[in-house]
Design a protein around this ligand. Structure first.
Ligand code: F6R
Length: 631
């Protein structure tokens, strides 16, 4: 949560560059935004409440700066105000800092420094104030190091000092990546911020910092052709075999880079970092013909399932073998990814008759009593940066258990910190609500479940058929029908969803989708649980969605649906067959055990249309962020 971005180099349009980059990090938070820059030895700061996407970069056209930091905020400490927006700066305005994460001991530090010096309610403001205090007797690097050693929590920061024209970035639990350009450097929470300038990166790991020296003035000659000032830097690289985790990255070891210095925060020892070449395209992150990313990403499911199964037999069989050999296998993730894990529990039971345990990642650490070196934790995460998942992984590693991850973002922290990682290859997911990533994750779990019982090719055939049927299903008439249903129920305040077996997790996932983008109170239940309490909530006209698959629990779910109907519910059935009990019938293809993949798609669309019809922004719902890097 929160996107941070820093630039240091010869370009003089650093403010425009940073604002543009922040727009690509907006999915990480959009309560407020801000930038700070070294303008000829003076600190320039601009920060405002609101989304950065609405800002015309040209406002900084005439403000030249080549050392700049910026931030797009998801508020944790302190309300959404201009003052609480980042960057924060020291009282003497020499040091400015942006932070992603939480400084747990900020109150103690603020009391020590004197509350009267603070102008915001944030935890972050203690950092520049602390650095400035140490700066009285130390150089910038030593002062930042001393300050970092005082901080407790999970965070990533970028700090600048206007006196020495330096940028320092540090990582303790939240992502930070250094982009290596020609004579220039970028530091960001995520690669898209600077992808148009360089594809060469170095990942900071926990407890590491990087000091980047710039030229103290902008008086260097201008390279007219490139609109940049000329500097020199040297870099020596040696090839190194790929880690085999993120297959689209090529790595080299960097033994020297004249203006970059990596240090371990605890020991102050220099660190050698790998230079990784990111083979991504800056593409596919545009909305194209669609009004919103959410709709675009829902429609992309015509292709993403096929991309998910485009994995080598060898990789899938190896993973199946690892699961088979484990003694105690846990599936864990958060939110939508957690519901995917739950669906996986059913897939493994139905297809492979193998018991796996699901636990939400935020709860997983309390399971530590059950972990042993033979245990296996399978984590699922779109972003690969979710703090609760990282904590679950830490709990597993403490007990020497193995960790397998299924992620969408290559090079993400979760991918790098797991023993084995599999990419779902869904392409960038920009809308806050997870759609195509969820179906791709389920696809892989299904495939692995088939591989567990030597039926990998049968699984591949089924999933290829699912992909083709989803392609047929997502036609314009289908979209119009779902929009009509959204129109019918848009004024309702409550909505319930029921499902059984592998569609029970889909009832829960449907609720998340509808809640987060339409703000309607939606709740999912195991179909058989209604009569034990929740049915009291149903009255005349209450919309209720029922997943009625052609499986062994169909008759049970139909009975539960009738119980709802008898209390006046308006029934929206999602099923391959029409049943009398339905008031509306959303026709989905019959794909057997893969029914969750086709059932969730109309509900993603329903959530989308409910949001739009209620005048909301489905891509950036209130109070949420795409990448949840705080606990
Ligand atoms: C809901 C949603 C969230 C995420 C959750 C985990 O639509 O997107 O519930 O699924 O925050 O995020 P990742 O998958 O990035 O770990």
């Amino acid at each position: 949560m929160c996107g941070i971005f820093g630039y240091i180099g010869p370009r003089t349009n650093g403010l425009e560059l940073v604002v543009d980059g922040l727009k690509k990090l907006e999915y990480r938070g959009y309560d407020s935004w801000g930038v700070a820059a070294d303008r000829g030895g003076e600190l320039f700061v601009e920060k405002h409440v609101g989304k950065i996407s609405g800002i015309d970069t040209k406002i900084f056209k005439n403000t030249s700066a080549s050392l700049v930091i910026g931030h797009t905020r998801w508020a944790t400490h302190g309300g959404v105000t201009d003052i609480n927006a980042h960057p924060h700066f020291s009282g003497d305005k020499t040091v400015a800092v942006v932070q992603n994460g939480i400084i747990e001991n900020y109150k103690e530090i603020r009391d020590e420094l004197g509350r009267e010096y603070f102008i915001s309610q944030t935890d972050t403001e203690v950092i520049p104030q602390l650095i400035a205090r140490y700066r009285k007797t130390m150089n910038f690097q030593e002062a930042v190091l001393a300050a970092l050693r005082r901080l407790k929590g999970r965070y990533a920061i970028v700090a600048i000092n206007v006196g020495t024209h330096q940028l320092i970035a540090a990582r303790c639990g939240c992502p930070l990546i250094v982009g290596i350009g020609q004579d220039e450097h970028f530091v960001a929470s995520d690669i898209p911020a600077f992808l148009e300038y360089t594809q060469e990166v170095m990942y900071l790991d926990d407890n590491e910092m990087v000091i980047i020296d710039g030229e103290a003035s902008d008086e260097r000659p201008l390279d007219q052709a490139r609109g940049r000032r000329v500097t020199s830097s040297k870099r020596r690289e040696t090839s190194r075999p790929s880690s085999g985790q993120a297959r689209d990255e090529k790595e080299k070891f960097v033994t020297d880079h004249s203006s970059l210095h990596f240090l371990n925060i605890e020991t102050s020892q220099p660190i050698q970092k790998r230079l990784v070449n990111i083979d991504w395209k800056a593409e596919s992150a545009e909305k194209g013909e669609y009004d919103h990313y959410m709709l675009k990403e829902i429609m992309e499911q015509k292709a993403t399932i096929l991309r998910a199964i485009d994995q080598s037999d060898e990789d899938i069989l190896k993973i199946a073998q690892t699961i088979r050999e484990s003694r105690g296998c846990f599936f864990s993730g958060c939110g939508t990814a957690g519901k995917v894990c739950m669906a996986g529990e059913y897939f493994f039971s139905i297809i492979a008759q193998r018991h796996v345990n699901y636990a939400p990642a935020s709860e997983f650490p309390v399971y530590h009593h059950f972990l042993r070196p033979e245990s296996l934790l399978v984590v699922i995460s779109q972003s690969g940066e979710t703090a609760d998942v990282l904590e679950a992984m830490e709990a597993a590693k403490k007990k020497k258990a193995r960790v397998l991850s299924i992620v969408n973002v290559a090079g993400s922290t979760i991918a790098r910190q797991s023993d084995t990682s599999l990419l779902i290859n869904a392409g960038p997911e920009k809308a806050v609500a997870s759609t195509k990533a969820a179906t791709s994750q389920m696809t892989l779990l299904l495939l692995i479940a088939y591989a567990m019982t030597e039926r990998l090719q049968e699984g591949r055939r089924l999933l290829a058929e699912v992909a083709s049927k989803i392609n047929d299903m997502l036609n314009p008439r289908f979209l119009v029908y779902i929009k009509e249903i959204a129109q019918l129920i848009r004024e309702h305040n409550n909505l319930y969803i029921i499902g059984k077996a592998e569609n029970y997790p889909m009832a829960l996932e449907s609720a998340i989708k509808i809640q987060e983008v339409s703000y309607i109170h939606a709740e999912g239940f195991a179909a058989g649980e209604l009569k034990h309490g929740p049915i009291a909530l149903v009255s005349h006209g209450t919309p209720c969605i029922a997943f009625v698959a052609n499986d062994e629990v169909r008759e049970d779910v139909l009975s539960n649906t009738m119980e709802l109907k008898a209390r006046g519910a308006y029934i929206i059935g999602v099923s391959p067959e029409r049943h009398d009990v339905f008031d509306e019938w959303i026709h989905v293809p019959d794909v057997g055990v893969a029914s969750p993949l086709v059932n969730i798609i109309p509900i993603q669309l329903l959530a989308y249309y409910l949001s739009v019809l209620r005048g909301l922004d489905p891509d950036m719902p209130r109070n949420l962020a795409k990448s949840v890097t705080v606990k």
